[in-house]
Design a protein around this ligand. Sequence first.
Ligand SMILES: [Zn+2]
Length: 320
Amino acid sequence: MTTWTDRTDDRVGDRPLSLAAASGIDRAAHHRLDEAWLAAAWSHPTTRAFVVSGGQVLIDETEDGSTELVMTPSFEAPLTEAHRYFLGTDGDGVSYFALQKDSLPGRMDQSARAAGLREAGLLLSPRDAGLMAHAVALENWQRLHRFCSRCGERTVITAAGHIRRCPACGAEHYPRTDPAVIMLVTDHEDRALLGRQMHWPEGRFSTLAGFVEPGESIEQSVRREVWEEAGVEVGEVEYVASQPWPFPSSLMLGFMARAVSSKITVDGEEISEARWFSRDELRAAFESGEVLPPYGISIAARLIELWYGEPVPRPGATPA
Ligand SMILES: [Zn+2]
């Protein structure tokens, strides 16, 4: 039978899995508590910094037509009142920092523009997308965890953005990541089960997904979610690849799952409609416009493509 596991760096057409390709950045976590090292790294002439604000960064087109994260030497970076996150170093020893600020800096050259991760994740190199995902995830966590969950006191940022410490009770709080499962279910005829969420536009179909609950394995979570949302029973479950999904703090765990029943009963709450598609049916539905292609950056598109066998149409980058 087909084995799907570890397709992270696989490509269908020319596209790697967004936000999950090797970024070439060493997070160098052992430096995060070393203030002297961080100060030296910050003042080093090769160090690069970028501003993250409200989940957005500045991106710009290069002369060769690719898109890059707008970074400046750290000594030019606007540090005042900023929260400074150390993101790591690359193979050339260059250190990277993100500065969390209330707004993005104005740019003299007008080609640079603000972009969120849903858009930039499709356009940036794996290195830049990885740096941005790290910074956005930290910013989201910082924004939502300003107070100690043990005693309620305001916490302070340490470890170059990676720990919040409580001065009252001494508790240390770490960035959280919430596991979510996302799965392409196939049946005995090798048709794929795609569903439409209540709030999606007409015609948008994708894989089913949901959060892992307390006390649950990820395999149990896949089976429960498919049963709850579509009333389909799942047997075999195989892990494929994962993808950071900092909206605000998820990690998407992607699976192929095999149905042992085919009757569909949607829950009518999260999922309004679900259907089995053969490859020919899905191709025809894309061509007629009856089904809109899956959302660009998501691992959902890649799971569908692994089954479909070729790139599916993409709606393109969507500003967020
Ligand atoms: Zn506390």
